[in-house]
Design a protein around this ligand. Structure first.
Ligand SMILES: N[C@@H](CCC[C@H](N)C(=O)O)C(=O)O
Length: 300
């Protein structure tokens, strides 16, 4: 889309992806303005810049952190966590600064991340929370390894009894024995995302455990819909699988786009996610309106 916004007001961005999770990394360093919901909705509506999350990199607000990161979903809402997007931020900042280790502030807390020599990136996603008020749920469930929630006929539910967890953002994990692709997640996802049990909505995942250290997931993301990958959902699924004795604490998670994340739930309770990030093209955009233009010579 051609932009009439004065060049000085435009901010650089990179269109990237984390295992097929569509990400825009917006460089808002050194600026006083912010990326608006209006801009997010406009960029998401354009097929060329369609994204699942915008990761907006701001100047640091806290001593000991490198940057403040704000996360916007495709519907313009704010998210507390985005694992795949955080890897994209690390790769973009590594390309810009040459540094390999970063400490970010997000609304969900402080995240440490590192780019390895092989290009893979690890993000310490913090400590999962399982208390019903922390997820949050609308009513008390003492045991969040399995809550009462189902879709389909009452006597023959299609999906039921999810585990729930917070990775800073709310997740529900429905366990299935068969192929995750045989479920109509495009149909059930919006209903479950907006179910009254989730007062802040939720990310909805279907998970099939295939080995004590492996699972396959599909995710309907809050505020974005079906995605090629969701890092925080992979973390929530991994910790929930370990809590329910379906797996150990170290698992490989295959995401819908086909790639894999390695998730380690460490003994200190932190969840570390490792995977790749990929640059697609770069441009500049108006953080107020979402008007944008591609950098000359930037790949399609
Ligand atoms: N894709 C992200 C998670 C996205 C956030 C989510 N839609 C929400 O609103 O919580 C990831 O990789 O973690």
């Amino acid at each position: 889309m051609a932009s009439a916004t004065p060049l000085a007001e435009m901010a650089p961005f990179a269109k990237m992806n984390g295992l097929g999770n569509d990400i825009i990394v917006a460089d808002m360093r050194g600026r006083a303005d912010t990326v608006t919901s209006t801009a997010a909705i406009a960029l998401a509506a354009d097929p060329a810049t369609h994204f699942d999350q915008i990761m907006a990199i701001y100047d640091p607000r806290l001593d000991g952190t490198d940057n403040y990161i704000a996360i916007l979903n495709a519907d313009g809402s704010m998210a507390q966590a985005c694992g795949n997007g955080t890897r994209c931020v690390v790769q973009a900042l590594n390309a810009d600064t040459g540094r390999t280790r970063f400490t970010f502030e997000t609304v969900a807390g402080i995240l440490n991340a590192e780019q390895h020599a092989d290009g893979l990136i690890s993000v310490d996603m913090g400590v999962p929370r399982f208390n019903w008020q922390d997820i949050p749920l609308a009513e008390e469930f003492r045991d969040t390894r399995m809550i009462e929630l189902q879709v389909g006929p009452i006597d023959a539910p299609v999906l039921h009894s999810p585990s729930v967890a917070s990775m800073g953002n709310p997740h529900a994990i429905f366990w299935v024995d068969g192929d995750v692709w045989s479920y109509e997640l495009d149909k059930f996802g919006p209903l479950l995302e907006n179910h009254p049990i989730f007062p802040e909505r939720a990310n909805i995942t279907i998970a099939q455990v295939t080995a004590p250290d492996a699972m396959i997931i599909r995710t309907w993301e809050r505020g974005a819909g079906l995605t090629g990958a969701c890092g925080s959902a992979a973390c929530a699924a991994a910790v929930s699988a370990a809590r329910t004795r379906r797996t150990g604490r170290s698992v490989t998670v295959t995401v819908p786009a086909g790639g894999q994340l390695h998730i380690e739930w460490r003994d200190d309770d932190h969840v570390v996610m490792t995977g790749p990030a990929e640059w697609e093209f770069s441009g500049t955009f108006d953080p107020e309106t979402g008007n944008w233009q591609r950098d000359l010579g930037s790949a399609a």
